[in-house]
Unconditional design. Structure first.
Length: 323
């Protein structure tokens, strides 16, 4: 999936530890073979080449992932949409960013939308009603982590870091959890928050470091499918969820929503999310931390490693609990 994986495990028996790592690698590889658009032979690459209107039978695991993605697409009112491939191309997301001409943008929008993918969850068949392109960039890594978790679990502690999204089970010996650092939204080597986890997954989206400015428009790598334009939030979003797939989906979706829409949504859905917003431009600025109540409850011993102001919850009248 165009990224790097780091695997950690602890075991008194070396052979058993190596076998566990091997099972994790095999699971990540199997996930790649189904979901990666970096591999021309993957299931999703085949789907993207499938003639319009002709159904393709999906393997069980990909089918389950698409079902979950569809559910969250509806739940996030379209903020998460895996059919953004044409928009990603129009904005040149993988190629340094560009401004599409109005007609090109209109055409890309016509070829975007989960409604143009006819998915039968019972038979696991999917057909493209238009020449849409499925982009797994927003959920493939999370799905792969769940597959790795299912393959790894034998009660011994392990951690997988897949391109910055972390999934763990158990804790290292003599520790209460794995320490995960969340970076400054404008400086990825500056930790702002220290979190300890012993299960589930932490996914972060954003960090405007990689964004480019094209003709007066900031083009980040996350698009708002509802407008067809790059999402306007500047900052980062970190989500914890027991499922890697859901953490991955929701970090992208909540980035699209931004804190004003995302915090009330997260509160209503009891989702653990934390928005980091730089209080100025550049790496040396203080950071505003806005966490949902579920996030505050999950991480009562979170450590602040950088000047920051924290607010918990969503307060329509603009009041928060500052600590
Ligand atoms: P990263 O993969 O960089 O960790 P994300 O998980 O947020 O970050 O995924 C961003 C990727 O998801 C983009 O590069 C693009 O391929 C895809 N994408 C962009 N916008 C959306 C969206 N609104 N819904 C679903 N996928 C998206
Ligand atoms: Mg994501």
């Amino acid at each position: 999936m165009g990224t790097r994986a780091t695997l950690v495990t602890y075991d008194a028996r070396r052979a058993r530890a190596l076998a566990r790592l091997d099972r994790i690698l095999e699971a990540l590889d199997a996930a790649e073979r189904e979901l990666s658009t970096w591999r021309p032979e993957s299931v999703v690459s085949q789907l993207n080449r499938q003639p319009v209107g002709v159904p393709l039978a999906l393997p069980r695991w990909t089918c389950d992932a698409i079902r979950e993605v569809s559910r969250w697409h509806a739940e996030t009112r379209g903020a998460f949409d895996p059919t953004v491939g044409r928009l990603v191309a129009a904005w040149g997301i993988a190629a340094g960013g560009r401004l599409p001409a109005p007609a090109e943008l209109a055409e890309a929008r016509r070829l975007t939308g989960l409604g143009t993918l006819h998915f039968d969850a019972r038979t696991c068949e999917v057909a493209r009603a238009r020449d849409v392109e499925v982009d797994t960039g927003g959920f493939g890594k999370g799905a792969a982590l769940d597959r790795a978790a299912a393959a790894a679990s034998d009660g011994h502690p392990w951690l997988v870091d897949l391109g910055g999204q972390v999934m763990v089970s158990g804790t290292p010996p003599d520790a209460r959890g794995w320490q995960v650092l969340v970076a400054h939204p404008e400086a990825r080597d500056q930790p702002v928050l220290g979190l300890s986890i012993s299960r589930g997954s932490l996914a972060t989206s954003g960090g405007s470091e990689r964004d480019v400015q094209v003709g007066g428009v900031r083009v980040g790598h996350i698009l708002d499918p509802r407008t067809g334009r790059p999402a306007s939030f500047r900052g980062s979003v970190t989500v914890w969820h027991s499922s890697g797939l859901v953490a991955d989906i929701l970090s992208t979706a909540l980035f699209v929503m931004g804190p004003a829409e995302g915090l009330p949504w997260a509160e209503a859905h009891d989702i653990a999310v934390c928005y980091l917003t730089s209080e100025g431009h550049g790496p040396r600025t203080a950071v505003q931390v806005q966490a949902s109540p579920a996030f505050a409850r999950r991480f009562p011993d979170r450590r602040r490693l950088w000047p920051s102001v924290e607010r918990i919850g969503y307060f329509p009248e603009g009041r928060g609990i500052s600590r």
